[in-house]
Design a protein around this ligand. Structure first.
Ligand code: ADP
Length: 282
């Protein structure tokens, strides 16, 4: 909102003379409100599976002599604990990305190897969902294993941040796509920029939600997402991680057609060239 919060302080600076100090506290107020909302969300998100687990554990005690019931309830307990664990891991990832604020351990990395790593981490899930993962560089198909003499591009980035980002995008693409579809990961490098696009043929995102998907805990359909095990933190992590690498992330989507998430990063060659120019100027 446009409300401004001002703090006024009056000090006597001499006989009948006063000074008024005005500080604008608006930013701080907004930051505190955001932090409060975040904590409320976190507690709620942690309490839900934790509460379910204790309830299910009690129920299992009552149903001890019915093997089918025991199997059912222990399955649900396992599912809720997985959810709790995932949530905690995601919160740690988000915290790391937010704390880093651009002072991460930037290394020169091969884009292809980062992307291949992220694909490998999703392969089991893709196979289970009968989704094909398909990689290309500059419009040409590339195998999922490293090949000699292939074209590549270099970025300067924290390895964990960028790998997590690409991994999260592929994970979502699989998660929000029907079986027997393809998720394409298309890399291109020109004009000093590297683009990593993750293109799915999934359910898509409604136009009214598209601006909000990078917000922490935002989900298009909370009921469905909870059922399928989402946390609403994946894209918030991507946004922070990519920003720490000096890049941006954007989305195109149409409901029923699919979504494309694009990570854009400066080419490392270009980063060097800029550093060079900087020296010349000095
Ligand atoms: P979640 O853990 O719920 O997937 P994210 O932060 O990763 O959380 O994504 C936020 C929301 O954006 C999701 O709940 C989903 O509604 C929507 N979303 C993200 N990626 C996709 C995609 N590839 N296709 C359709 N919807 C998506």
């Amino acid at each position: 909102s446009n409300t401004r919060y001002l703090k006024l302080r009056v000090a006597a600076i001499g006989d009948d003379r006063y000074a008024i100090f005005v500080s604008d506290m608006s930013e701080q107020r907004r930051f505190e409100a955001m932090r409060r909302d975040f904590m409320t969300n976190v507690s709620h998100e942690l309490k839900t599976p934790a509460g379910a687990i204790s309830l299910l554990a009690e129920t299992i005690g009552d149903a001890a002599d019915d093997p089918d019931a025991v199997r059912y309830f222990s399955g649900r307990i396992a599912k809720e604990s997985t959810r709790l664990t995932e949530l905690v891991h995601r919160l740690i990832d988000l915290q790391k990305a937010q704390d880093a604020g651009g002072v991460l351990d930037a290394k020169r990395l091969s884009v292809l190897s980062v992307v291949r790593h992220a694909i490998a981490e999703n392969q089991v899930q893709a196979d289970a969902s009968h989704i094909e993962l398909d990689l290309s560089f500059g419009g040409e198909p590339v195998p999922l294993e490293h090949a000699k003499g292939e074209p590549d591009a270099t970025i300067s980035c924290d390895e964990e941040s960028i790998t997590t980002s690409v991994k999260n995008l592929i994970e979502n693409a699989i998660h929000y796509s029907p079986e027997h579809t393809t998720v394409r990961i298309a890399i291109s490098a020109h004009d000093g920029k590297v683009k990593i696009r993750v293109i799915d043929q999934g359910i898509g995102i409604p136009a009214e939600s598209i601006d909000r998907v990078f917000e922490r805990f935002y989900r298009v359909d909370p009921a469905r997402s909870r059922q399928t095990g989402g946390t609403g933190l994946g894209l918030a992590i991507v946004k922070h991680c990519v920003a720490d690498c000096g890049g941006t992330v954007s989305v195109w989507s149409r409901e029923g057609e699919g979504s494309t998430f694009t990570i854009e990063l400066p080419l490392a060659e270009d980063v060097d060239a800029q550093a060079q120019t900087g020296e010349d100027d000095a």
